[in-house]
Write a protein that binds this ligand. Structure first.
Ligand SMILES: Nc1nc2c(ncn2[C@@H]2O[C@H](COP(=O)(O)OP(=O)(O)OP(=O)(O)O)[C@@H](O)[C@H]2O)c(=O)[nH]1
Ligand SMILES: [Mg+2]
Length: 226
């Protein structure tokens, strides 16, 4: 029994990885920089997208893929910012996988997009296990979730280039120790960059956008391409 199950599981994971690599080839050929935005439900992914698009969209072309189990609420919010958006409904799956992204690409004109942001399904666990072909994984932790989350759900913290600590406007009302989480993240992922932000007040957003601009700059070869 075991002898059968193990290779089957490995085959599925290998197939996902192959698809993720194919997606990456498509992104690189079209010269699109792609980020995979992950967090628990409600941490502020769509709010961050709205802020980021507002800050960047008159310099570069942004596109968005929205991942949710059900509904097109988030895609409708993004549509109001006038950037191309595709909604994926996973119909129950708690994360996006690379084949879903491949299908969504058919509905986007990659030749007119510089930065593609994928909002993953709200979930602090499974999204971190699947490469989608993105160039960077980015995660949000909101202060209302508690400062023990890096210890309890380490994988996403380990995999993400950037941690955005969101809803810092609520810090006066909540026992959340920013230094504690910074220290734990340093152990899990010494190269991770951490920004403290509030999508409500806009605090810290310019530092995040500056980081993103410098990543785009490096990706496109240090030229002033916008
Ligand atoms: N106080 C405060 N509220 C925020 C902040 N950022 C987002 N919110 C609120 O948090 C709620 C969830 O924000 P969303 O941006 O929809 O979160 P999400 O991660 O996209 O949620 P899902 O897509 O459902 O996983 C909304 O009511 C936002 O207005 C913030 O910085 N401060
Ligand atoms: Mg959302």
């Amino acid at each position: 029994m075991e002898k059968v199950q193990i290779p089957v599981i490995r085959n599925i994971l290998e197939a996902h990885e192959r698809l993720a690599q194919e997606n990456r080839r498509i992104f690189d050929k079209a010269k699109v920089f792609v980020i995979n935005l992950m967090s628990s439900p409600g941490a502020g992914k769509t709010s961050l997208l709205e802020q980021t698009i507002r800050a960047l969209s008159d310099q570069i072309s942004v596109g968005v893929i929205e991942g949710d189990i059900q509904s097109s609420e988030d895609a409708e919010r993004i549509q109001k910012t006038n950037v191309p958006v595709v909604q994926i409904n996973t119909g129950g799956a708690c994360h996006l996988d690379p084949s879903m992204i491949r299908s969504a690409l058919d509905a986007l004109d990659l030749s007119s997009i510089d930065l593609l942001i994928i909002e993953n399904v709200g979930n602090l666990v499974c999204p971190a296990e699947f490469n989608l072909g993105e160039h960077r994984k980015i995660m949000i932790l909101s202060v209302t979730e508690g400062d023990d989350k890096a210890l309890k759900y380490p994988l996403m913290f380990r995999m993400s280039s950037v941690l955005l600590i969101n809803k810092i406007d609520l810090l006066p009302y909540i026992d959340f120790d920013v230094e504690k989480i910074r220290k734990e993240c340093k152990k899990l992922n010494p190269h991770q960059i951490i920004f403290e932000i509030s999508c409500k007040t806009g605090r810290g957003i310019s530092q995040w956008v500056k980081w993103l601009e410098s990543e785009l700059d490096q990706h496109y070869g240090e030229v002033n391409w916008w």
